[in-house]
Design a protein around this ligand. Structure first.
Ligand code: DUC
Ligand code: ZN
Ligand code: ZN
Length: 464
């Protein structure tokens, strides 16, 4: 039995177009778009989107549900985190499965499948964190690509945990050059940072703001440069995650001007927050400890510029929430023990809409950086990231005039604070469809754990 939904009267916004159109959904997919009122489609369900935007569901290509980190776990499970994502208009997440040192990629991926399967409200996919490069791991990369896990994160930071040295990075990049994988890089010089951490603590500099001071912008830029050159030597594309420093954007821009397949992602926290937050009195700054760290607010203009000029292509959240009570507090008296990460999976689409309201980006660019480009970058397009016949009916009805105040009191993420507490934004999600099924219906949750399925990905669709 097929079901039909019609969305009438809205402004359909994709990365390429803004058109007033009615949208027909048959079962799980977009079937057709037509001029408003021109088609007398019969439907089981009609959604009146007059005065609303009709946009593709968000694709958040960087989340860490349940991530083990710093002796604790990220506080959102796949169930709570994907429900919160849906509330915020995101209908696909790409989370990071983790290979721990001494284990295989297979073991890591199986463990993450077990955490997610049957629990997600929206569709999900995986990247693989590679912590232990060896002959076996390199062969396993080929197998994972066949299973739709086509991107691999390496860390130039966190020695002794996730860290890879330049040789390990080069080997993984060489493999990716051959098998079509995309290497995602956490670009910070972790060896140098650890020296600065030790020296800061020895001087008695233990407050959260010192986290930002030791993780210097220059050490992000240096690592970014090194990653670019290693990728160039390997002949592989490169995607740099959570770019926060102006100097790192400059490295990416130069590489792109040279014609290299080098891409960059930033996150809302770097666009809207700064070291001012890390320096909040008492231990409040711990709420804003993440890596790469927040930067002085002067960096924000360069990030916005990079997003406008396509030197940065994607905004994802790096959603990695830790409660202030009991988790962030592990680092009282020693900033290096504060678990790194910020909540945000629910806030991204709204914050980026606010960027439209503020004049930083256009409406189409909003959809491009939040939906279409991440889908293309990670091999999900056009199934995800756009509204076109044949695409999954992952659709958000967005009210661009509604006002809201972000707060832990009203958000749905499983974390006891909001990084944007009290922030007033214009625009709000009204209804969310995931493969044609309402997950949020007129601001009521109608989804269910287990609706979301693992979504295998093709290789990167963004290469020159
Ligand atoms: N950065 C974070 O802030 N959290 C988790 C891992 C990372 O690289
Ligand atoms: Zn990282
Ligand atoms: Zn991350």
């Amino acid at each position: 039995m097929s079901s039909r939904t019609v969305i009438r009267g809205g402004l359909v916004i994709t990365a390429s177009d803004e058109i007033h159109a009615d949208v027909l959904i048959e079962d799980t997919r977009i079937a057709a778009l037509a001029s408003p009122g021109s088609q007398n489609w019969s439907a089981d369900r009609t959604i009146d989107a007059t005065g609303r935007y009709v946009i593709p569901g968000g694709v958040d290509a960087h989340t860490h549900m349940e991530l083990p980190f710093g002796g604790t776990h990220a506080s959102d499970t796949f169930e709570t985190g994907t429900r919160a994502a849906a509330w915020g208009g995101t209908t696909t997440i790409v989370d990071f499965a983790v290979q721990s040192v001494g284990t295989t990629l297979r073991e890591g991926l199986d463990a993450w499948h077990a955490k997610a399967e049957g629990n997600c409200a929206i569709d999900y996919a995986f990247h693989m964190i590679v912590s232990d490069v060896n002959e076996e791991t390199l062969k396993e990369m080929d197998l994972l690509i066949e299973e739709g896990v086509t991107s691999f994160k390496q860390f130039m930071a966190y020695p002794g945990v996730f860290y890879s040295d330049d040789g390990q990075i080069l080997r993984a990049m060489q493999r990716a050059a051959g098998n079509g994988g995309l290497i995602m890089m956490h670009a910070e010089n972790g060896i140098a940072i650890d020296v600065l951490v030790e020296q800061a603590l020895a001087r008695g500099e233990t407050d959260p703001r010192h986290h930002g001071e030791v993780r210097k912008a220059l050490l992000e830029a240096e690592a970014t440069h090194r990653a670019i050159r290693l990728a160039q030597v390997a002949g592989a594309p490169l995607y740099v995650v959570h770019v926060s420093a102006a100097e790192a954007v400059a490295e990416l821009a130069r590489a792109r001007d040279d014609g290299l397949n080098v891409f960059g992602e930033t996150c809302p926290q770097y666009l809207f927050l700064s070291t001012d937050n890390l320096a909040e009195p008492g231990f409040e700054g711990a709420k804003y400890v993440c890596s790469t760290p927040l930067r002085p607010r002067e960096h924000q203009a360069r990030l916005w510029q990079g997003l406008r000029t396509n030197d940065l292509q994607v905004v994802s959240t790096d959603h990695c929430p830790f409660c202030f009570t009991g988790q962030k507090e592990l680092g009282r008296g020693d900033f290096s023990k504060i678990p790194n990460g910020l909540p945000g999976v629910e806030n991204r689409m709204d914050l980026l809409h606010q960027a439209v309201v503020d004049g930083h980006i256009s409406r189409r660019r909003w959809i491009e950086i939040a939906c279409a480009a991440p889908a293309r970058m990670f091999g999900l397009y056009p199934k995800k990231g756009t509204i076109t016949p044949g695409a999954d009916a992952d659709v958000v009805i967005y009210d661009p005039h509604a006002e809201q105040v972000m707060s832990a009191a009203t958000h749905h993420m499983n974390v006891d604070y909001s990084a944007y507490e009290g922030k007033r934004v214009t625009g709000r999600v009204e209804t969310v469809l995931s493969r044609g099924e309402p997950v949020i219906d007129q601001r009521e949750y109608t989804g269910r754990a287990g609706h979301g399925v693992f979504t295998p990905r093709s290789t990167c669709q963004y290469l020159n």
